[in-house]
Design a protein around this ligand. Sequence first.
Ligand code: ADP
Ligand code: MG
Length: 698
Amino acid sequence: MKTLLIKNLTKRYQIGKDKVFVALKPTNLSFDSTGLVSIVGKSGSGKSTLINLLAKIDTPSEGEILYYGKPYSSFKKSDNPHFFNKEIGIVFQSYNLLDDETVLLNVMLPALIGGTKKVIAKEQALDVLEKVSIPRELFDTKASKLSGGERQRVAIARAIVNEPKIVFCDEPTGALDSTNSEKVMDILKEISKTSLVILVSHNLQIVKKYSDRIIELEDGLIIQDQKINSLVDNIRPTINKRKSGGSWIDKLASNNYKKRFKRNMFSTLALTITLTMFNLVCGFLNNKDNAIMNACYKQLDFGSGTISEEMTIGGNGLLSLTKSTRPNLDDLLNKTEISKKYNICVNFSSILTQNIRILYDEQEIGDLIFTPVYSFNRQYIDSSLLVDGYFPYEDKLDYVVVNTTAFNLMKSAIGKNPLNELLFIDHSSETIYVTEDEEYVSDTFYLNTYIKIVGVVKEINYLPSPKIYYCHSALEEYTKEVIVTNLSTYYNKDITWYDRVLNAENHSYISSYSYLLFLKNIDDKTSAFDKSVFPSNYSFTSQSLILTDSLFNFLEVAEYGVILFLTITIIGAVLILSIMSFANFSDDHKESAILTSIGAREEEIQEIYLQESMANGIIALVLSTSLSLLLSLLINWAISRFIDLHNLIKLPFVIFLGHKFLFPLIIILFVILITSLSTIIPIVFSKKKSVKGELQSL
Ligand code: ADP
Ligand code: MG
């Protein structure tokens, strides 16, 4: 059986729209299993076309090639790696070595790819390198450092390391001087004693000296087939299918990584920045609500507010007006759940405004806000806010607590530490009562008393206002004792200020149009946000909730900014990675073609590049995790200095959306996705380039 049998082999090229060029006219040939067969002819006569078809790196337009009786067209795609690796070897004019790898690895590769153990592959490589007379000191040199003659001999060593049955050589001496050409030809002659060597050359002198058979082509047609020496035709069984490789993939991947170290670092950096941003943004979104809440709880009057009944006057559109009145107390107590959570109290703000006069040594300290808390009892206030002094032991009007803002304001006003100092409240407020007989009775509510600052609390420093906290229960007791003089005289019975406000018409000014609410249990802070206890016609307003809302709004703007920034970063990183991938692809499609020509499988080649990008991914993952932890600490520290938000960024590495370790999983999947894409994209591109074209480009 013939080693190669060619029937009616034709190659046509489509040039232009409807023009066809026949590079190889129908050809019939056969080859025996040994000997050096030369294909000669002028440039453009179709020599390369023929040898490429024979070496199976090109497909014919018509006709068939049989390898030991088996048509090339019947080869499955999965048969090719074995064929290139074990059955044939190819030597090109342009060497096609992996330039950045050592001589030894270049020669070992076909053996390693074929599944030969490393030690044995090395032995075989050393053996063939000796055959082609490469000196030992060059074994660890990079292929790119060798001379042309040396490179071609290394290429031959690589082609024969797996003892192929056919060695194809397209112009192997085309780039060499005569001495080197002779050396190469001597080696090929030696090989041709046991294998078939098919050689393309236009150097007739050399061809005549070495060939056993010369085939001459002209314009794609055989014009002469001259047998010089008779050749043996041994039938040799095909070898077992090659095993899949292993160590060589890791080796090439790590060498590629080193080779493109700077570029890989750049990709890693881009990915690291993106992942870090992603971590931080998720950390921010994860804990911001919590952080805001915790910050907003830092108000001594948290959970206190007023409740009014809202009535819409005229129309439902934009121009409708609402009028507030004090709700009916019985309704509040019996028809709603409000009294379960809140203490409902009379609001004295009509007779005791927030901006009362406070004096020290007859000097007025302005801008202080007189704010009620239900009691200084631990149940009603957050005692952890106390930073100096103490909370009053009993509910008395003359013991007050200030926040640090008020403390500092007073301190600069009176020129000394106001703690335990006595201040004087000088307050009067006139009200007029209209009787059923349309008579006007005027009375004035006085609060003239010394107060002692016994404690200082530190509150959230977002939009701070200077507050003096007094005990509302004590004020209530006081109003129950003080008589409304003129009105009592008019009705001839004792009426207290408490009665006066409590029994006022709900829609009159003195009712303050509201009741005061105080959260019964400050440990149950979240219920302050639970609007469901308030029927829809009631409106609950609270200074502390207004502040909370404004902080939420402020951070909502920040949130949009942060998400926008993240989007830009991700787009930037994807662009950088794509550019890097494209650059890698430009480098690699030649390497891929070379590896294919010595029998590497497609998925093995993919794995080389996958490993390289995975390395980027893993490094970026580790770097970004550490960087995010560090940055989150730094940012949190900086923010907490500027505003009372603590742990604004909390990386959700442990629990995310209620699931354990969901976040790290998402990040890892994201990295795998990115790295796989940046591997697959160049490979998909490189498939569009023909292996033949790559290997022949000089
Ligand atoms: P050579 O004998 O110099 O190796 P080739 O086999 O490379 O010649 O080319 C034979 C002819 O086929 C040439 O005229 C060349 O221009 C033409 N040819 C080769 N490849 C292509 C192609 N891909 N498209 C069109 N024409 C081609
Ligand atoms: Mg050629």
